[in-house]
Design a protein around this ligand. Structure first.
Ligand code: SF4
Ligand code: SF4
Length: 335
């Protein structure tokens, strides 16, 4: 396993990290097994979030006895001092530790960021927790490029987490700036929220970019862990065949695809927007027509339930034409 220094934090982290979202689908014992495998392979960076339901708790259980061998990162949507202070204490309790290495402000909008940094804002709680030794470092997670640019200028930001993958390269220049400014870059969404099927190629592509400090694919099975370790550890240059495949993926996906971040929710009509768009992806791209058709038909609300209010589009950080996309899905599935 290759290790890198995570920017200003000075933490030595494995290039492959563990994204803690998918363990919500398994259980505490399953998480323990995954952590054992990661531990053996030398993967030492774990990222979770207050918003990921049981993820922090499962990790707390799984890390008993080995916590000090890992760099622990979590994040909170809290924007006020009071709420952030509360969340830090909950994270400490859930993770069964008295110290969290990295605590991140989770995906603030421009308005949120103003609130976070204002008197009585979440940053005050983070700085107090840092001074008290409850957390080691402060980072931020973002989706829009404009927020990445803003974050690069903030002196308290020690790490930035942002989506980067074969089809989302819009932040490449900003990722380079992270290196220049000694800010650790944590790569999220390496598979573009599940849109890229070839995880090996996706991770090899990211690992080939020297400015990426650590990449955190979500993993919930032993097989995924083993495969991802092998992909990131293979530092041979991308072959011509792989470069061709990357081009093919870019052509197939374009830029107007859903990353399943769910920021558009809740839909006024109760549609699971990312769920509906995912079924379209399975139907059109992955040759799972029958399966996707059945799953789509079993949904309580489908694309045809859209009342055209447009609220979701104002929330989507990728400015996707959601209503048009839903029309396409309606035409495809007939409802
Ligand atoms: S435009 Fe349609 S999909 Fe979007 S929030 Fe309104 S009803 Fe839901
Ligand atoms: S439509 Fe946009 S906001 Fe909603 S899940 Fe997809 S990418 Fe995220």
């Amino acid at each position: 396993m290759e290790y890198r220094i995570l920017g200003k934090t000075g933490l030595n982290v494995s290039r492959l990290g563990f994204g803690g979202i998918p363990i919500q689908r398994i259980d505490a014992e399953g998480t323990k097994k995954l952590i054992e495998t990661l531990h053996k392979a030398g993967v030492n960076f774990i990222d979770t979030g207050r918003g990921y339901t049981v993820s922090e708790e499962y990790l707390g259980y799984a890390l008993e006895g080995v916590r000090n061998d890992f760099v622990l990162a979590t994040k909170s949507m809290a924007r006020t001092k009071e709420a952030m202070s509360k969340d830090i204490d909950i994270s400490l309790k859930n993770l069964r530790t008295d110290y969290i290495d990295l605590y991140q402000v989770h995906n603030p909008t421009p308005e949120d960021l103003i609130q976070v940094m204002a008197p009585g804002g979440a940053l005050e709680a983070l700085e107090e927790a840092k001074a008290a030794g409850k957390i080691g470092h402060i980072g931020i997670t973002l989706h829009p490029v404009s927020m990445f640019e803003t974050a690069l200028e903030l002196p308290w930001v020690e790490t930035i987490m942002f989506p980067y993958n074969i089809v989302e390269t819009q932040a490449e220049e900003l990722i380079k700036k992270c290196t220049q400014r000694n800010i650790g870059f944590i790569c999220m969404k390496p598979l573009a929220g599940g849109a890229i099927e070839d995880s090996k190629l996706a991770l090899r592509y990211i690992a080939a970019n020297d400015d990426v400090t650590v990449v955190i694919p979500g993993m919930a099975t032993e097989a995924e862990v083993t495969e991802n370790i092998a992909s990131v550890c293979d530092c041979s240059p991308l072959t011509d065949i792989e470069l061709k495949s990357i081009e093919n993926i870019r052509q197939a996906l374009g830029t107007n695809f859903c990353r399943r971040c769910n920021y558009c929710a809740p839909c006024s009509a109760g549609i699971s927007i990312c769920g509906v768009l995912l079924m379209e992806g399975y139907y059109s791209r992955y040759n799972l027509k029958e399966w996707a058709f059945q799953r789509y038909n079993a949904m309580a609300k489908t694309a045809s339930d859209c009342i055209d209010c447009g609220i979701c589009e104002t929330r989507c950080p990728y400015n996707l034409p959601i209503r048009k996309m839903l029309k396409r899905v309606e035409n495809l599935f007939g409802k």
